[in-house]
Design a protein around this ligand. Structure first.
Ligand SMILES: Nc1nc2c(ncn2[C@@H]2O[C@H](COP(=O)(O)OP(=O)(O)OP(=O)(O)O)[C@@H](O)[C@H]2O)c(=O)[nH]1
Ligand SMILES: [Mg+2]
Length: 448
C-alpha cells in the first residue's frame, strides 16, 4: 500500500486567468511544506484562510489551504490543496515556492497514478477521470461519471469472481480424474459457461456504447465529383462549412467537422470527388488525401447522383471491403425517385435530396441505427477501445472453454478460463503491465 513518496506538485486549474487557481501537492513532505508555507496549523479537511509566504516571510497571496492527511485523500497520500487567485503569475510564484520546499513537478496523470497505486481507484476509474474531463457531450459526461463511481468495474469484478469460482471447481475436479464426469455434471459447468458468455455479451454492448460516446465515429463522405458531398457535410453541420458549386471538382482539400447527433459525437470528413483520370496536380493530391481518409474511416457515406447511378462501381475499389458503406442516392428532386431506404446485401441504400432536405431525417436515423446508438440508454458507462478488446479476448477464451468442455479436455478448459480472467483483470488494472500503465497515465494532463 502506501510507501514513502516524494512530494509532487502541479497547477490543477487550466492555464489562463480566472477567479481562483488551484495548486495540488501530494506526498510525504506535505506537512512540512504546509508548515513553512502558511505557518499555521491546518486541521484535516478544513478550509483555512491563510497567507502563502515566501522564504523571507513576504506574502505571495492570500487564499485557502486544505490539508487531507493520508490515507483519506484523492491519492491516498498526504495532500495539500492551495486555492489562490487565478493569475498565472501568482500561481507560478506559489508553485515555485512549493518546489523550493521540496516538491517536484508532477508528471501528467501522476496524481491519478498514485491514487491507483494506493488502491484508491482502479484503472478503469482512473481512465474515467480523464474521460470525464475530456468529454464533449452530456451523455458522455454521465457515462464517465458512472464508470468513475465504479459501476463498470464492479460488473467486471463480478465476472472475474464467477470465473474464479468456476476455475476452482474445475481445478478441483482435475484432481479426481475418475469422477470427472459426475463432478462436472453436478457443477452445471455448461450452464455456468453459457451464463458467463451471456453476461459478457451484455457488458460488451454497454461498453461499446460508452466507447462510441467517448471516441465518436469517423464518417468519410466520398463519391464522384459533383455528387453532393459538400452539400451533405453542410446539411449535417447545419451551416455553410464547405463550398458548394455546380463545378465538378470544387472540393480539393479534406474538410473535417465535429458534430453531434442527439449526443452521438461524429467526425464528418468531406473529401475531393474521385474520378479515374485527372491531369490537374491539385485534384490528384485531393484524391490522394480522400483515399487516405477513407482508409481511416469507421463508416463511408458514398454519395451517388441519382441521375447517373451506374458510374460509381469503380469507386468501390477505393473502399476497404470491411468498411460499412451507406449508399446515398442524392438529387431525387431531379431524378423523380421517391424518398426511401432499402437494406441490401452490400449495405443500406438511401434516396434523398440534399437540396430540398427530403429524406435527410432518414439519414440521421440511419447513422444512429448503424452504430447501435441508443439515446439515453440506461446504464451505459464510459469505456475505451482497450476495454472492448479485453472483453472480446475474454469472450473468445470462454468460447474456447466451451469447446474444450464439449471435448472433455479439462486442463485446457481451466487454462482458457484463466486467460479470460486475466483479460478482464486488465480492465481494472489488477493484472497489467507497467508499460500499459505508463501509456495510460501519460495521456492525462498535468495536475490530474
Ligand atoms: N438539384 C439538386 N442539386 C443538388 C443536390 N445536392 C447538391 N446539388 C447541387 O450539385 C452541385 C454539386 O454539389 P456539391 O455539394 O458541391 O458536390 P460535391 O460532391 O461536393 O462536388 P465536388 O466537391 O466538386 O466533388 C451543386 O450545384 C449543388 O447545389 C440535390 O439534392 N438536388
Ligand atoms: Mg465538394
Amino acid at each position: 500500500m502506501h510507501s514513502q513518496q516524494s512530494a509532487i506538485a502541479a497547477i490543477a486549474t487550466p492555464p489562463g486567468r480566472g477567479g481562483v487557481g488551484v495548486i495540488r501537492v501530494s506526498g510525504d513532505a506535505v506537512p512540512s511544506i504546509a508548515a513553512a508555507l502558511v505557518r499555521k496549523k491546518l486541521w484535516p479537511r478544513k478550509a483555512h484562510l491563510v497567507t502563502f509566504q515566501c522564504a523571507g516571510g513576504d506574502p505571495i497571496d492570500q487564499g485557502l489551504a486544505i490539508y487531507f492527511p493520508a490515507p483519506h485523500s484523492f491519492t491516498g497520500e498526504d495532500v495539500l490543496e492551495l486555492h489562490a487567485h487565478g493569475s498565472p503569475v501568482v500561481l507560478d510564484m506559489l508553485l515555485r515556492r512549493v518546489l523550493e520546499l521540496g516538491a517536484r513537478i508532477a508528471r501528467p496523470g501522476e496524481f491519478s497514478e498514485r491514487a491507483f497505486l494506493n488502491d484508491k481507484i482502479d484503472l478503469a476509474q482512473a481512465e474515467a477521470i480523464a474521460d470525464l474531463i475530456e468529454c464533449t457531450t452530456e451523455s458522455a459526461a454521465r457515462s464517465a461519471q458512472r464508470s468513475l463511481q465504479g459501476e463498470f468495474s464492479s460488473q467486471i469484478n463480478e465476472l472475474v469472481e464467477s470465473l474464479i469460482q468456476l476455475r476452482l471447481y474445475i481445478e478441483a475436479s482435475i484432481d479426481f480424474v475418475d469422477e470427472d464426469i459426475e463432478l462436472l455434471t453436478a457443477g452445471h459447468i455448461d450452464r455456468r459457461l453459457a451464463d458467463l458468455l451471456q453476461r459478457l455479451d451484455v457488458i460488451r454492448a454497454s461498453a461499446r456504447q460508452g466507447q462510441l460516446l467517448r471516441d465518436g465515429m469517423t464518417l468519410v463522405i466520398t463519391g464522384r465529383p459533383n455528387a453532393g458531398k459538400s452539400s451533405l457535410l453542410n446539411r449535417l453541420t447545419g451551416r455553410d462549412s464547405a463550398i458548394v458549386t455546380p463545378i465538378a471538382g470544387t472540393t480539393r482539400d479534406t474538410l473535417k467537422e465535429f458534430i453531434q447527433i442527439d449526443g452521438l459525437p461524429l467526425h464528418v470528413i468531406d473529401t475531393a470527388g474521385l474520378r479515374e483520370h485527372s491531369e490537374d496536380v491539385v485534384e490528384q493530391e485531393g484524391m490522394r488525401r480522400a483515399r487516405s481518409e477513407i482508409a481511416r474511416a469507421d463508416h463511408v457515406l458514398l454519395l451517388i447522383d441519382d441521375a447517373e447511378p451506374d458510374c460509381t462501381d469503380s469507386l468501390l475499389a477505393d473502399i476497404p471491403s470491411h468498411l460499412p458503406v451507406t449508399y446515398i442516392h442524392n438529387k431525387i428532386d431531379l431524378s423523380g425517385h421517391s424518398v426511401g431506404q432499402q437494406m441490401t446485401a452490400k449495405g443500406a441504400v438511401l434516396y434523398l435530396s440534399l437540396k430540398t432536405g427530403e429524406g435527410t431525417g432518414l439519414l440521421v436515423q440511419h447513422l444512429k441505427d448503424c452504430v447501435g446508438y441508443a439515446e439515453e440508454a440506461e446504464g451505459v458507462f464510459m469505456a475505451r477501445r482497450r476495454h472492448l478488446e479485453a472483453i472480446d479476448q475474454a469472450m473468445a477464451a470462454v468460447q474456447k472453454a466451451v469447446e474444450n468442455f464439449n471435448a472433455g479436455v479439462l486442463e485446457l478448459l481451466a487454462e482458457e478460463l484463466r486467460l479470460a480472467q486475466n483479460a478482464l483483470s486488465e480492465i481494472t488494472g489488477e493484472f497489467t503491465s507497467d508499460d500499459l500503465l505508463s501509456r495510460i497515465f501519460a495521456d492525462f494532463c498535468i495536475g490530474k
